[in-house]
Design a protein around this ligand. Structure first.
Ligand SMILES: Nc1ncnc2c1ncn2[C@@H]1O[C@H](COP(=O)(O)OP(=O)(O)OP(=O)(O)O)[C@@H](O)[C@H]1O
Ligand SMILES: Nc1ncnc2c1ncn2[C@@H]1O[C@H](COP(=O)(O)OP(=O)(O)OP(=O)(O)O)[C@@H](O)[C@H]1O
Lengths: 217, 217
């Protein structure tokens, strides 16, 4: 997608708008609070002060031509639902909305949100999974009991080859790739030697991941 | 780690406590609000009503024996900082705290938090990265311009072998693994044939990931 409209510049909306701008998207950011608009103006293509539940405003800002809409205002449930409905109505193909509660999220899904995000709940989930693998900053869930995790290579791995380490047999985990500084070594060969500072991306059952980090974290 | 103490049962704290309990951890959950405690009691090992800034309370609940402490109360900055400091003081080796603002987070880091979490900001970040790969529900950042993403196999991939698809050369992306129902095929062979419903885990530059999904999303 090229164009993204973000309604609401709280922490979630601001982070979304800024990151998307950094990735090269054309971002239109709307907030009812002039100071939020001013703060965003330096980072996004177009920052406008106004009410995200105002259809005329959205059309005048060409939100109908956006590829993606993000309703990042979550406290006012009615406004959040209205903005979501409006964006779908004026033809935005993919609308993401932030929800504060399950009920709020269900409501958003029913009126057309293509994806609902629960930042606090998702963060708790991720933290729970990453706690068993304490230096993990990222985790992808594959199933309720397994996933992909990125973590720092244990100290005593350094200097050893993948053949020596035989991760698959010793730990029932697969090493998918090594990140070494800026370099990414996908599907490393058995001759690859681990270096200080390497980050390993492993896949496997949570239990095995936990065993791995507890003995090597 | 085996034992985790969670102070504050908002959405982030509740999700952390519940998910950790589900993963087999012994969770002690503390909240000043009796109703939150009652709601958590069915899911965690020990739920106690009380103030997370009360050292005697923490010691009486054996929080000093926890492997990890989570300060999931973020609105009251002073209490959040106090709880964090206390947990470190009584000997909890790894303390994670949630922050509402950068300043709050910096404060927490300075007084000893081992990790600070910004749920809203992180969610905005993830959304930004996943928007360019619209069906992605998970993403691991490897660098500011590349990462690992899990996404549904494009329709026209179905029935083709990895050799036919030659993803590496056509898309400058590496296929790390295929998730097929409950099965995980790590480092798939070139003879592997894509099936309907397969989820692909790819790694590469954001730009290439975006090209891939825009032409195949
Ligand atoms: N009707 C509206 N139209 C446009 N912007 C709005 C509207 N109502 C509120 N906002 C703006 O939305 C932003 C986010 O509001 P919200 O109350 O959802 O905060 P929040 O949920 O705490 O956000 P976050 O958690 O992402 O920091 C605020 O900057 C606010 O000014
Ligand atoms: N001093 C305290 N000791 C223990 N629990 C507390 C204390 N102060 C607040 N709490 C509890 O912490 C929980 C989370 O509070 P907070 O105000 O941080 O909510 P929040 O930041 O909106 O949470 P979330 O965003 O995770 O839903 C509440 O359930 C509240 O009762």
């Amino acid at each position: 997608p090229e164009r993204v409209a973000v309604i609401g510049l709280g922490r979630f909306g601001t982070s979304t708008a800024n990151e998307l701008s950094g990735l090269g998207y054309e971002v239109t950011a709307i907030d009812i609070d002039e100071r939020k608009v001013a703060a965003a103006a330096e980072r996004v293509a177009l920052a406008a002060q106004g009410d995200g539940t105002d259809e005329d405003l959205l059309r005048s800002l060409h939100v109908d031509r956006s590829d993606v809409g993000v309703v990042a205002q979550g406290t006012n449930l009615e406004a959040s639902v209205l903005s979501t409905l409006l964006m779908k109505r004026i033809g935005v193909p993919w609308v993401v909305a932030k929800a504060k509660t399950d009920l709020h999220g269900e409501l958003l899904a029913r009126i057309g949100a293509d994806r609902v995000i629960y930042p606090e709940r998702d963060a708790g989930n991720r933290l729970a999974h990453s706690l068993s693998v304490r230096h993990i900053s990222d985790y992808i869930t594959l199933s309720p009991t397994s996933g992909i995790a990125k973590l720092h290579a244990p100290a005593h791995f350094v200097g050893q080859t993948l053949e020596d380490l035989d991760i698959e047999n010793h730990y029932q985990l697969n090493l998918l790739l090594i990140k070494r500084g800026q370099k990414i070594i996908a599907v490393p060969s058995y001759r690859e030697r681990i270096e200080e500072g390497d980050e390993l991306v492993l896949v496997g059952p949570d239990r095995e991941m936990a065993v791995f980090t507890e003995s090597h974290g």
